[in-house]
Write a protein that binds this ligand. Structure first.
Ligand SMILES: O=CCCCC(=O)O
Length: 450
């Protein structure tokens, strides 16, 4: 059995990767176990030295690695290179801060008491193709700095990236087994979760994948972190700076060809400014240069796979049938989907209710700010949101009313190594990044001394 890497722009098969047998996977688990016994005893300094070397290797190779990302999943080269750079920054961040973050916590008791953080084993990661470097380094750098080891099941269409990351870890001097990628299929997932060395599962992916992997984690009493779908609200109030809002709206919906959980997907605009916002947004979307993602000047590449483009086309057709109005775009050829804007969407529309994974922006008109917040919260997902108002105090108050794991006032929703990231509702649970992210797969051990 093989997985194929197919260039979504040319549709050429660029590589084939053999799926490991169950016996080969058991061997990987064994290597992981041996590696953990040693790795957990290493000092923070030793881990940090290697992590900084890894950051250096990523930076030196950012163009080559960026091209690999682009060839495997289609994002434009500048975004691929930026992704490799952000991954390197995350390695630097945890190499500098892990020790402090995992310092013991002392309690105010008449006897001596504290919590210490011990590593637990191998973190099993199931990662998607849309940020094939960033999403791996996002969980792996903290896990490994904390003294855990990790096993990665990457998405079938980005196995070249998985292998390149594994090679970079080895080149940086990490011992064999600290970071391993496994080319494996879905039916093999349970046996890895069940293995004694695996202490938990972190998954970034769809709600459906999250539900089934979280069930397996529960069955085998393993901790899990789930970073799932999103349909982020982008709320524009009467007093927003519309020029800025439209610039970021375009970026937020169209980056990565619209294929990110944290892309803004529902543009909820108060009636008074809705026509002006819609006109400016349409202009910006129309000006996006689409084409070969390796070519300079191109601002959007193809979608990563044909089935993704098919699903988006189907959602668009149904949403128009349900009464939405097509303003810009709407055409597609193979994986190339035109940046598209639809207006007069309501909460019964499929483009409102489902996550749309591609360059489709929807405008929903709200009566006033209370109505806008109610519309934003009327959703199964709660990953992130942004709110646009010139009144920062009001922005903060309204941010507290939004049901999401991350809210940004007057700026682009983005993840940041320093700040916890994750969702609520069907967008998942647990947090990555920041100091809380590194503690998700640790034994917080209370020690009491009389
Ligand atoms: O699909 C999820 C994308 C997350 C991107 C990020 O962490 O910035």
């Amino acid at each position: 059995m093989i997985f194929k890497s197919i260039n979504p722009f040319s549709q050429e098969v660029i590589a084939e990767h053999e799926i490991l047998t169950n016996a080969q996977i058991n061997q990987k688990l064994h290597i992981s176990e041996t590696a953990f016994q040693k790795w957990k005893t290493t000092s923070f300094q030793e881990r940090a030295d290697k992590m900084q070397k890894l950051a250096h290797i990523l930076r030196v190779n950012k163009v080559k690695l960026g091209m690999l990302i682009t060839n495997e999943m289609g994002k434009i080269l500048s975004e691929s290179i930026a992704e490799v750079e952000k991954s390197a920054e995350n390695c630097d961040f945890y190499s500098e801060h892990a020790e402090q973050m995992l310092k013991e916590e002392i309690y105010d008791t008449p006897f001596k008491s504290m919590s210490v953080y011990d590593p637990l084993g191998a973190v099993f990661a199931i990662m998607p193709w849309n940020y094939p470097f960033w999403q791996v380094l996002r969980y792996a750098a903290p896990a490994i700095m904390a003294g855990n080891v990790t096993l990665l099941k990457h998405a079938p269409n980005v196995i070249g990236c998985a292998k390149a990351i594994e090679n970079a870890f080895l080149e940086a001097g990490f011992p064999e087994g600290v970071f391993q990628q496994i080319v494996m299929d879905i039916p093999q997932v349970e046996s890895v979760i069940a293995a004694d060395i695996v202490c938990g599962v972190t998954l970034t992916g769809s709600e459906m994948a999250g539900s089934s992997v979280a069930s397996l984690a529960g069955k085998h009493i393993k901790k899990s972190v789930m970073e799932l779908g999103g349909s982020d609200a982008f709320i524009v109030l009467n007093d927003a700076n519309l020029e800025n809002a439209v610039t970021i709206a375009t970026q937020s919906r169209m980056l990565n060809a619209g294929q990110a959980c944290i892309c803004a997907k529902r543009f909820i605009v108060t009636e008074k400014v809705a026509d002006e916002f819609a006109a400016l947004f349409a202009q910006k979307i129309q000006s996006i240069q689409q084409g070969n993602p390796l070519q300079q000047g191109i601002q959007m590449g193809p979608l990563a796979r044909l089935d993704i483009a098919n699903k988006l086309a189907d959602q668009l057709e149904k949403s128009l049938h349900q009464g939405a109005k097509l303003i810009v775009g709407g055409e597609r050829e193979d994986c190339n989907f035109q940046p598209t804007l639809i207006d007069f969407v309501d909460s019964n529309n499929i483009a409102f209710q489902e996550e749309t994974f591609g360059p489709l922006a929807t405008i929903i008109r709200a009566k006033d700010e209370n109505d806008a917040i109610a519309i934003a919260n009327n959703h199964r997902y709660g990953l992130a949101a942004s709110l646009w108002t010139e009144d920062r105090e009001k922005g903060l108050q309204l941010a507290r009313k939004i049901e999401a794991g991350n809210v940004f006032v007057n700026s682009l929703v983005r993840s940041d190594s320093r700040i916890p990231f994750g969702g609520i509702k069907k967008s998942g649970y647990g947090r990555e990044l920041g100091a809380i992210g590194i503690k998700e797969f640790m034994n917080m051990k209370s020690v009491i001394i009389q």
